[in-house]
Write a protein that binds this ligand. Sequence first.
Ligand code: BV8
Length: 237
Amino acid sequence: MKDIQNIVILTGAGISAESGVATFRGPDGLWEGHRVEDVATPEAFARDSDLVQKFYDERRAQLATVAPNAAHLALAELEAKWPGDLLLITQNVDDLHDRAGSQKLLHMHGELSSAWCLACDGRSPFTGQMALDPACPQCDQFGHLRPDIVWFGEMPYQMERIELALTQCDLFVSIGTSGAVYPAAGFVQSARHYGAETLEMNLDPSEGSFHFHQSRMGRAGELVPAWVEEILSHGLC
Ligand code: BV8
């Protein structure tokens, strides 16, 4: 058993599944017949911006109908009570960790509730429909907004901060991700390389399960609150 000071947590679509947000690669993982890799690329946006804008408008509109679940809330409680460092890195573009109260939070794949203006390069909070071609809230120009989302082939956000955190963590926890997408899927190997204990909590074994010291299979809504109680009580993993 290892004494834990610094924790890095990575979450994926599985942590939001019990809130009613569809995952990407499960049986319901197609969006109107499109694989996420086919609509979440700069090429797809150049080819058919209306299709891509509608793909994100649909998901952005859904945010108003879903709420954080017990797993999101448990991670926010852990952040509030944990005496050491904690960084929550999410691949998710929904706002459920934010609404649960997590603040030491990093959206490495961007956020549905943010717009990126290609005219002024400004990023602004956005809750509307981008397919209607609204003006940029910062420069007022029309026709230059894209979703502030990291598409396939684009560099995820804050990678230097992530890589530093992985070198310094004592415990790396992966929750609700298939381990299908890089560089996020490689974080467990980096953490292990620097001596961290590694724990996976997922409904099914992820593609990288064999890299983890511990794997707990089940629903995040059950496993995560139980784990948070455990680590707050014993400080050990
Ligand atoms: C990049 C935004 C480089 C879009 C997303 C090797 C190394 C580096 C890159 C690559 C590589 N090989 C290939 C690549 C390229 C690519 C990649 O990884 N492709 C894959 C398909 C092979 N990676 C990239 O392009 C990345 N960029 O590498 O840039 C670079 C270098 C220099 C200069 C420029 C660039 C960018 C990747 C980001 C893509 N954008 N999201 C959007 O959301 O619309 S990724 C997308 O997949 C989602 O964000 C999602 O977060 C991510 C991963 O999916 P998961 O979250 O894991 O969801 P999934 O459905 O797959 O799994 C859900 C899991 O939950 C399941 O395991 C299930 O069992 C579990 N579950 C379900 N219910 C529950 C549950 N668990 C618990 N409880 C439950 N109730």
